[in-house]
Unconditional design. Sequence first.
Length: 277
Amino acid sequence: MRKDNLFIVRFVNLSIFLILEGLAIFMISRTTLVQKSGIIKGLYSVNASINKQISSVQEYFALKENNQILAQENALLRSRNNSLEKYIGENYPLVTDSVLYKYADYTYIPARVISNQTNKLHNVIVIDKGTSDGIKEDMGIITAKGVVGYVLTAGEKYSVVCSLLDIENMVSATISSSNTFGTLYWNGKSTKKALLKDIPIHTEIIKGDTVTTSGYSMIYPPHLPIATITGKSKNNGINYELSVELIEDFNTLMTVYAVCFKEKEEIETLLKNSDKR
């Protein structure tokens, strides 16, 4: 009973204190304009602080939706950029999105990374888009920074990507300053290091030069950044093998883009017909 009585006494005292405090504020606010203004400002400050916190929470829960919207916009911008690069020299009148899409060599499908390996010799990445979204096998996978890999298998809703961090995945690449091309592959060691082989011995090698996609394959568009040159070594005295540092950080992959080369099927059909001859 004593504990119950003590609780009741404390509750009554707190209630009386809050009532008296509220009454004091009310009386002070009615005495002078200066005091009333100070109290109102204080209340506005508290209200603004609460609204700020609510807004922050709302923004946090909207991040996923906003990221998806941005990914869609980036995909469209990449298609537009591809069109402009090809046709601006010919002064083609690109005036509508439908025209841009029609004349773009490549289109892009945004996807989210849901699984990513980096600690094996044959690493794969799983994305949340599949055949129902237009994904097909052998499509290139890129980010805003550079090359990620290509689609190994495509299911209806998900696809498995062969990462650039696979010792058997090779990319046709070009040195920007000299336009010399070779083959880039991962050395199976660091997630940031790779090698560029088959570079002619007469090529001038500049440390820090950018290595990009050559455009000689039907997987990746040309001039996508892949790496920067960090060193060189002679291979049998015939050519150079260059050490390069990958631009993409494979440990932080989130949003990627599947690259669709619109003329790929036609070119593949022509190549098959020529092989039959």
